[in-house]
Design a protein around this ligand. Structure first.
Ligand code: NAD
Length: 521
């Protein structure tokens, strides 16, 4: 098999996401069994993979927007035709329930179509009119040229949406792409890279490398642009490493998303949304609803509805039957953090109205949990929990809700529920990159608009125009349409010519007639 493609073998020995020095053992979190072993790429192998795709990138760029969309369209068709295979692999390495897994190919197919249709508008050549008549002899154009090789480092919670999802606009822009998936979920992306090469027959400009920090660091060293999604702790390391080679980065980091429930909200909708937004994918979403602030008159009723809805959720492993709502915790590391946050809150006086501990069953499951009597002195209301846990606080009014919602080092996204106009007014004051009014998480599907974190939730954007432009450098072309043997500003400098330039500059730049005519100096 080619360098850079995962080599996984089905073995069933013990493992924990990190195997021996030269391989990763991949676990099924729903059972605890090791399902595959994947060879780790050394820094030399990473450099070789990047060099290979770099060599093929000019031909990929030369295909143009339409030519590249044609290839990516074949990938879309492959994803739709092979969704069963894709979902089986994803469930096996993440422990997601089928319904959560099935969101990923759908999103990716839509994203391919979105950027395929919009790329000409977003990164097509721009004709620009000069801002001054002094440049009338010039034709101005801006062309968007891709970074030759984009490196993508992705987390385990959405192995395809975040690994392949960021590769798609980069490929559509004309870059070659190398992805390093999470060490916990290396299989799905490797399967797609293999299909791109062997089943689709796509140009050799898309590959993956496998490993942990050393592999990720080597990728940062070798590429021209880094797209990182993960924790802010690792994001800082990636940015520091990229600074050594002055390589630009885009960072999509963690969140602690607030939901505000106003007194005039439809409380059934708000409680159902908090349940889905907080528990979907076992709460392992950067945009999960992690904290809820409810206006006093609505608090008791909202909490009762939320608790009842969360209490009804079915947890476990399902296959294509869609029989469960909540799956396993994908990373054992994260599972321990969830338990820590909940235990600390309970010890400080919080109450778990449902859940509050690991589920007693094989595999790694945390019970869907609703916490009340929480406050901002508790880690569970301040740091990213990244599990099926929602903390709910009663607030006096919208002002207090906003003050608490904005009292965070994170600023990824949030939601506001209430009468539409009032909720919209409140939403405009939440300090984060995207706010949903009377809905949750849905901004991720509205790929028309950018999504990016404020504060320590990130730098840069995905989706919308910036989501593809970031993979390009601008090349401005200033083309002389007519001119003599020399320009007035060139040598030799003489009093007469400099005087003429001064008079012309005044005539064009002054905004009143006296100065234009040189009557005041
Ligand atoms: P992580 O930071 O532990 O790892 C992310 C990736 O970085 C992995 O592929 C990992 O192998 C790699 N890595 C680790 N050390 C590295 C190093 N020194 N140099 C280069 N790469 C290195 O994050 P995780 O636990 O995989 O994912 C969970 C985090 O991701 C959460 O904080 C979550 O909020 C965040 N996330 C953010 C978004 C977003 O769009 N903002 C989306 C999903 C997840």
């Amino acid at each position: 098999m080619e360098s850079g493609t995962a080599r996984a073998s089905a073995e069933t020995t013990k493992g924990n996401g990190k195997g021996e020095a030269d391989r990763l053992d991949v676990l099924n979190p729903a059972t605890g069994a090791t399902i595959a072993r994947v060879e780790i790429d050394s820094p030399e192998s990473v450099a070789a993979t990047v060099a290979r795709v770099r060599g093929n990138q000019p031909a990929w760029e030369a295909l143009g927007i339409e030519g590249r969309y044609e290839w990516l369209g074949r990938l879309r068709d492959w994803l739709l035709d092979n969704s069963k295979r894709v979902l089986d692999t994803m469930q096996a390495e993440t422990g997601k329930v089928r319904a959560d897994a099935s969101n990923e190919p759908n999103y990716l197919a839509d994203l391919i179509n979105f950027y395929g249709a919009k790329a000409a508008k977003f990164i097509g050549e721009e004709a620009v009119r000069p801002h001054t008549a002094l440049l009338a002899a010039k034709k101005l154009r801006v062309q968007y040229r891709p970074y030759p090789v984009v490196g993508i480092i992705s987390p385990w919670n959405f192995p395809l949406v975040l690994g392949l999802g960021d590769a798609l606009p980069a490929l559509q822009a004309g870059a070659a792409v190398v992805v390093k998936p999470s060490e916990f979920t290396p299989l799905g992306l490797a399967e797609i890279v293999q299909a791109w090469k062997e089943e689709i027959g796509g140009p050799d400009v898309f590959d993956c490398v496998q490993g942990i920090g050393e592999t990720g660091g080597a990728l940062v060293d070798a590429v021209d642009f880094v797209q990182f999604t993960g924790s802010d702790r690792t994001g800082r390391k990636v940015m520091a490493r990229a600074a050594e080679t002055l390589t630009p980065v885009s960072l999509e980091l963690g969140g602690k998303d607030p939901m505000i429930v106003l007194g005039d909200a439809d409380l059934d909708r708000a409680a159902n949304a908090a349940t889905w937004g907080g528990m979907m994918n076992s709460g392992q979403i950067c945009m999960s609803v992690e904290r809820v602030y409810v206006e006093e008159p609505a608090y008791e009723e909202f909490v009762a509805k939320l608790t009842a809805e969360v209490g009804r959720l079915r947890q476990g492993a399902d296959a294509s039957g869609y029989g469960c709502d909540i799956g396993a915790m994908t990373s054992p590391k994260q599972s321990a953090i969830v338990q820590e946050h909940v235990d600390e809150a309970l010890a400080a006086g919080a109450r778990a109205l449902v859940g509050g501990r690991k589920a007693e069953r094989p595999g790694d499951y945390f019970e869907p949990t609703v916490l009340v009597d929480v406050d901002h002195s508790m880690t569970v209301m301040r740091e990213e929990t990244f599990g099926p846990v929602v903390g709910v606080m009663k607030v006096r009014d919208a002002e207090e809700a906003l003050q608490l919602a904005n009292d965070s080092r994170y600023g990824l996204s949030g939601s506001v529920f209430g009468e539409r106009e009032r909720a919209e007014r409140v939403a405009r004051r939440v300090e984060c990159g995207a706010v949903n009014v009377n809905d949750v998480l849905v901004n991720y599907l509205a790929t028309d608009v950018p999504m990016g974190g404020w504060k320590q939730s990130g730098i840069g954007y995905r989706h919308g125009e910036p989501g593809i432009k970031k993979f390009c450098r601008t090349e401005s072309l200033v083309i002389t349409r007519f001119g003599g043997k020399r320009e007035p500003s060139w040598y030799p400098y003489t009093r007469a010519r400099r005087g003429l330039i001064g008079r012309i500059a005044r005539a064009f730049y002054a905004r009143d007639w006296r100065r234009r005519l040189g009557l005041r100096t």
